[in-house]
Design a binder for this molecule. Structure first.
Ligand code: F6R
Length: 261
């Protein structure tokens, strides 16, 4: 995988937004896989700014969600559907018709998982999948020891992830759903380009294990090592435990410009 170290979250957002803009110039109806949480917000802001400035036309873009809480009432502001509509779909000037995601309020959750996995394939597959990373190394909500071949399915959040996400529920642990639907690791690996962004010192251990540790289900993000086109973008703080940081800096500084991300 390629590791790109940038000074801060703003620079990371601009770099990844530019990669998404280049994709949309090549393929206007690209299927963009998006993540929620705090980390990708600078990307969404930078991409919306490009659209507002007329630097890229996103009017045909399609948006696919990575995961969803199970059991939140439809329209709950912290459901990932509502979050992605608010943070990505609306700012890009898209309608809800451009959006696809798993149905966390389905009566038959298992059927909803299988339907979403199939819908991604029928849509032609994800062109660029954005990923954050949990402090425990999760991608999507594939918690440690998720099968590296897993498909979209229901998962139970770890206590660590429940605590990490309580900030979206007024700090009230009891309000955080215990279950989620997440694209599986096997599903995620089918996207044509994976771009994982990590910022802040709290992610440094997970990033080091992902990039420099062995491929192991105990660190789900390490599965990116199996993908032919995976890019890991980190700020200096998240890169602080990488032994090969200088090598990654040297490689990126000498990369031909035409290669993009
Ligand atoms: C969210 C998701 C999660 C987050 C991860 C990091 O859709 O898939 O894997 O990306 O928990 O969250 P933040 O960015 O809030 O630290």
């Amino acid at each position: 995988m390629e590791v790109v170290i940038v000074p801060d979250a703003k620079a990371a957002g601009e770099l990844i937004a530019e990669a998404m803009a280049q994709l949309l110039r090549r393929k206007p109806d690209a299927l963009l896989g998006v993540a929620t949480g705090s980390t990708p917000l600078p990307i969404y802001e930078a991409l919306a700014a490009q659209v507002d400035a007329g630097a890229v036309d996103a009017s045909k873009a399609r948006i696919a969600q990575l995961d969803e809480y199970v059991g939140l009432p439809t329209g709950h502001p912290e459901s990932y559907r509502a979050t992605v509509l608010r943070q990505v779909v609306d700012p890009l000037g898209l309608s809800e018709a451009a959006f696809m995601g798993p149905d966390g309020s389905a009566a038959d959750v298992q059927a909803a998982c299988e339907a979403y996995d199939s819908a991604l394939v029928e849509a032609g597959g994800v062109d660029l999948q954005l990923l954050g990373i949990g402090t425990d190394g999760h991608i999507g909500f594939n918690e440690p020891c998720s099968s590296l071949a897993s498909r979209t399915r229901i998962k139970t959040l770890t206590e660590q992830t429940i605590a990490d996400n309580a900030r979206f529920f007024d700090g009230d642990l009891s309000q955080v759903p215990r279950h989620v639907i997440t694209q599986g690791i096997g599903t995620i690996l089918e996207a044509r380009h994976l771009v994982l962004l990590a910022t802040g010192e709290g992610k440094a251990d997970a990033v080091a294990a992902t990039v420099e540790g062995p491929v192991a289900s105990v660190v789900p993000a390490s599965a990116l090592q199996l993908h032919p086109h995976a890019t890991v973008v980190v700020d200096e703080a998240a890169a602080s435990k990488l032994k090969l940081a200088d090598y990654f800096r040297h490689t990126y500084a000498n990369k031909p410009e035409w290669q993009g991300l």
